[in-house]
Design a protein around this ligand. Structure first.
Ligand code: URA
Length: 209
């Protein structure tokens, strides 16, 4: 079973409060999501491997540690996932970024892939699938499935807010994928919105309605 990490650092929780607030402007919403993504990047990279290196300080040799080689890939789910990419890249500037576009088929209600562009060495990387809202889990599961189909084996999921239903769906479909969230909310309403949530993350990030 994949683990669920609730990133409850006070800075994340403080900023998430203003992200949720209806009166928050598009500009502030975008900046706050960016900041929380940076803070969550710190949490999600806590267990990535280090390798030993020798460096020469002005006075002696020191055995130090660095993150080894080509490591990370960010996979935002279009479009709301884009809002968290720059914040993560601030801490991990060498990460490659792939994109997954999904829409919901109006008849089957299943997610359908309409766009996929991945780094060429995607199978070698630890991938972070990014979507601010983990609602039913349908999009996250489809994105993870698309990556696994292309040979990817190391995948984590980063979301701002999850519904319990979405967490369960991802854990069931992908027990090897750990989930990092800033909050797990109460439930999904009949329209698929997370309650209390923050509304439509894409609309709030891009100022659309
Ligand atoms: N997507 C959103 O943007 N908000 C929700 O509450 C659920 C899915």
């Amino acid at each position: 079973m994949g683990k669920v990490y609730v990133c409850d650092h006070p800075l994340i929780q403080h900023k998430l409060t203003y992200i949720r607030e209806e009166k928050t402007t598009t500009k502030d919403f975008r900046e706050l999501v960016d900041e929380v993504a940076t803070l969550m990047a710190y949490e999600i990279t806590r267990d990535i491997p280090l390798e030993k290196v020798q460096v020469k300080t002005p006075v002696a040799m020191a055995e130090c540690r660095i993150i080894s080689g080509r490591m990370l890939g960010l996979i935002p789910i279009l479009r709301a996932g884009l809002g968290m990419v720059d914040g993560i890249l601030k801490l991990i500037p060498a990460a490659k970024v792939g994109h997954v576009g999904l829409y919901r088929d109006p008849e089957t209600l299943q997610p359908v892939e309409y766009y996929l562009k991945l780094p060429t060495d995607v199978q070698e990387r630890l991938l972070i699938v990014i979507d601010p809202m983990l609602a039913t889990g349908g999009s996250a599961n489809a994105a993870i499935e698309a990556l696994k189909k292309r040979g990817c084996t190391q995948i984590k999921l980063m979301c701002l807010i999850a519904a319990p239903e979405g967490v369960q769906a991802v854990q069931k479909a992908h027990p090897d994928v750990d989930i990092y969230v800033a909050a797990i909310d109460d439930h999904l309403n009949d329209h698929g919105y997370i309650i209390p949530g923050l509304g439509d993350a894409g609309d709030r990030l891009f100022g659309t309605k």
